[in-house]
Write a protein that binds this ligand. Sequence first.
Ligand code: NI
Length: 396
Amino acid sequence: MTIIETIKERAQALFPRMTEYRRHLHRYPELSFKEYNTAAYIQGILESCHIPYTKGVAGTGIVALMEGKRPEKKCIALRADMDALPITEQNEVPYKSAHEGIMHACGHDVHTACLLGAMQILNGLRDHFEGTVKLIFQPGEEQSPGGASLMIADGVLEQPAVDGIIGLHVYPELPAGYLGFRSGEYMASSDEIFITVKGRGGHAALPHKCIDPIVIAANIIVSLQQLVSRKSNALVPTVLSFGKIQGGHTNNVIPDEVHLEGTLRTFDEPWRQEALQQIRTIAAHTAAAYGGEAVVHFPPGYPSLFNDHGFTKYLQGAAADLLGKEHITELDRRMTAEDFSFYTQQVKGCFFRLGTNKDHTSFTRPVHNASFDVDESAMITGAQAMAYLAYKALEE
Ligand code: NI
């Protein structure tokens, strides 16, 4: 049997087990950086497979090592994120979330189950590859500052030093059995924006005796839209959206404060830093012009995600050998973000998409939606792709 045939047969055989893993994780989701039981569950599986691991990396993260022949030759990392979202699941399925208000609505349960499957495939192939596969089970993808940045600070890319990193993400826009790749720029940077507009409240009939933070906030929002239309290079995609505006209690009282929350997305790192600075300046000066004050706060954001050209093209070719090139699609850039980008700033990386469309209805149930679900057979494709791409990356 060829390596591809072996991997495919093994992935097929592991499907019931991966389904069990995924359904367990789906039923008991945990929020970012609180993946205690999730981590314990993964550790139990690693132990049953006799894979050595380090736990407690960046809190609940786990790093496991699988050595082939000549383990020092090269190290390729495979990464899965583990956290769920603060969403109440609407699906009526046997594996529906048992944790009220928490749901695996971004498929991180699927990512973890695929990596556990790939781990078991590769474990049986250790005589067939040279080098080391590092398995990264990462906490907190959904929450600033991102589990990836914390794991890197904890040394996840060292000892042994990682030569390349591979990750996947569910993708309801593609059917199960398909993969999507894109080399170069793939996902945008993401920065959260918090602005507190401070004025002076009073009677709505006497605005001249007040400093109205509602009118100031309105001006700030409108002025900031011109950052995108007038200040950014039209060839660099940039999005600035405000998703929350909160202030006041009733029709005839001018409040003291208004709170704004928004997000900035772009692809160019120097422009990203400049745009954040300009948001600060425009908000402060607009507020000052009307006698108020704007306090601007940006928590640490995620950089944009760059898939190494050579590495990604090579792995895309390998995926075509595995699944047939009719099952591989080219992806467009996206304005959504992923903390996998922190790894791609340090080492060459390939972040690809796993088709999970279920019953051709998934377009209406995207990720981060209370009705999100997947075609679980996608995990066969996901596990064999992770295993084979790691195998080929070690060979590169
Ligand atoms: Ni996600």
